[in-house]
Unconditional design. Structure first.
Length: 384
């Protein structure tokens, strides 16, 4: 039976590496080979809750955008208690383009709305007061953008008649366990949502990355606006699905756009995953069981098969296990290269797979205990 499990694992990795749209190649990147004749107006909406530590970098990078068209930034102070709004004004006053900034504060959040969605809705409502722009740029308060980020996003959207253009920004590379777990998170996301499939209008696969999402105002209105997503915890992928039903989307990996939020310990990554993993599984025990079994088959069985072959005989199981282990390691190398990590770290991917299985199970346990997850001082549905 163990030899059979190792064989199934190897066969699964052959499929993933050679038949799942090359998800692991990390080749979906944003370039800028096109310049519109007229650059459309853009309004950035930034939900911010207790972000004084990161705003000087992130908001500063937005205000400093080298964008040829009209560009405004609406920062939404989402019930902050640390002086976020004051720091935002200070950042704006220190920059030549500080007049681009408008700071608004959320009103009381209605029932049924998660926090981030209410903040985005508040920002879009404020941004519409001077007229609805052709494009909205939805970006997190902890993301530092390259000076030409917006121009490249708009050029991509206009050149290819896209309704949504999104970049998965680089996360903090961190140290210790997170040096493995952060690139692994990006790798697993690509495995779940192969970017070439997301970008193929013939494929039903749809996703977006919330750190940087440029969306046409008409397309957003067509799907019912932010209000249609008011209860979504994994809002970026929900937006990508909604937009792709009637339009074209594109998702790529960022090279110069990055989150400035540090991941200082294993708990930071653990809570990031546990906050939404069971939601991703639609709170289904059957999907949870299948996911955990799949993760263990893909990541734990190959290692056990190799060790069993070395210490207890069983050459067939060891051969299949080694094949699976080498395939997964080879497919992880491009993501490690993106994060400037040693390719030898790819051999530790099984450890990341097992840890992510544990995080997923913990996410389910939190749901069963009605604990939800805590984020920025809010818990449960309002944590997002």
């Amino acid at each position: 039976m163990f030899t059979l499990a190792a064989l199934i694992s190897a066969a699964a990795w052959i499929y993933l590496v050679f038949a799942r749209q090359g998800f692991w190649l990390c080749d979906q990147r944003l370039d800028r080979e096109y310049a519109p004749e007229a650059w459309p107006d853009v309004v950035a909406v930034v939900p911010a809750r207790n972000e004084v530590d990161v705003l000087p970098q992130s908001l500063g990078s937005l205000l400093d955008q080298e964008y040829p068209g009209r560009f405004r930034v609406v920062l939404v102070d989402d019930e902050s208690t640390d002086g976020t709004a004051s720091v935002a004004h200070d950042v704006a006053r220190a920059r030549p383009n500080g007049a681009r900034l408008e700071v608004v504060r959320t009103e009381a959040r209605p029932a049924g709305w998660v926090g981030k969605m209410w903040a985005l809705h508040s920002g879009v409502t404020a941004g519409e007061k001077e007229g609805v722009p052709p494009w909205w740029w939805l970006t997190d308060a902890d993301v530092a953008h390259a000076p030409d980020s917006l121009a490249r996003l708009v050029a991509k959207g206009e050149a290819e008649s896209l309704d949504l253009v999104s970049l998965m920004v680089k996360l903090d590379r961190a140290h210790g366990w997170n040096a493995l777990l952060v690139p692994a998170f990006v790798y697993f996301f690509q495995q779940l949502y192969p970017f070439p499939a997301v970008n193929d209008p013939r494929s039903p696969v749809a996703a977006a990355a919330g750190g940087s999402v440029l969306v046409r105002s008409g397309a957003l209105a067509r799907v019912g606006g932010i209000e249609a997503l008011r209860g979504e915890v994994i809002d970026d992928c929900a937006l990508g699905r909604a937009i792709k039903r009637g339009g074209r989307i594109w998702l790529g990996l960022a090279e110069r756009e990055e989150s400035v939020r540090p991941y200082s310990g294993l708990d930071d990554v653990w809570n990031m995953v546990a906050r939404s993993a069971y939601t991703q599984l639609q709170h289904s025990r059957a999907l949870l069981a299948g996911t955990l079994a799949g993760l263990l088959l893909l990541y734990l069985v190959p290692v056990l098969a190799v060790l069993g072959g070395l210490f207890a005989g069983g050459s067939a199981a060891a051969m299949f296990g080694a094949a699976a282990w080498m395939l997964q390691a080879a497919s992880f190398v491009p993501t490690l290269a993106l994060y400037k990590r040693s390719p030898w770290l790819a051999l530790a991917l099984p450890a990341a797979g097992v840890l992510y299985a544990a995080m997923t199970f913990d996410s389910a346990q939190r749901h069963w205990r009605n604990e939800g997850a805590t984020w920025k001082g809010r818990s449960g549905a309002g944590a997002a």
